[in-house]
Write a protein that binds this ligand. Sequence first.
Ligand code: DC
Length: 228
Amino acid sequence: MHVNIAIDGPAGAGKSTIAKRVARELGILYLDTGAMYRAMALKALRQGVSPLDEHAVIPLLAQTEIYAKSIGGVQHTYLDGEDVSGLIRTQEIAQGASDISAIPSVRIKLAEAQRAVAQKNDVVLDGREIGSFVLPDAPYKFFITATVRARARRRLDELKAKGQCPADLHLAEMEDQIARRDHNDSTRAFAPMVQVPEAIYIDTTEMNEDEAVAAVLCHLPQRIGEGE
Ligand code: DC
């Protein structure tokens, strides 16, 4: 039996940074499940299909292969054999991923791929519904969040640091985008983002990265595979 650690929560809460560091600290794999939804959104957009158009998206699924590979500890996400890791970090793809993730057959396909990874590896998975839908039996579950304002500010700072922040993108607009995605992700009918009662709740609004990582690690065994 492999050890699976589920880290769920909304966009911008720091999940992926925390999940990556926790995985590195424990010497186990990290799987960014959002990247898989982003790759699916990219596929649809490239085919001229709206991620909201369920009837047009469904036939694409059988012709789409999405998988993730860790290279030197960094996740690379592949769409039909092409490494699309660098192409899926735009706001357009983020919204497209949120839209396409509401389609049940998309979720079923990607959740199966995620379960296959979890069955074969000790892994930290970050997503929205890992603890409730993908791996309901995971022994360790976290729900990590922060206020909309704190998350919008972090996203803006990230974009600025990468030199990708459009001059006309202001905090209020980023807050709107994040709130829209939160609403989308938590109100979809099938497998929405949800905090399961057994998940450990961590609000990172007032925490720096080290504090947030420590808040997760303190609930985990120091060495995976050797028990608590
Ligand atoms: O974590 P992210 O921003 O890369 O995720 C992009 C979108 O994908 C998110 O708004 C909702 C969807 N998603 C999901 O439904 N389930 C997951 N496990 C991960 C992401």
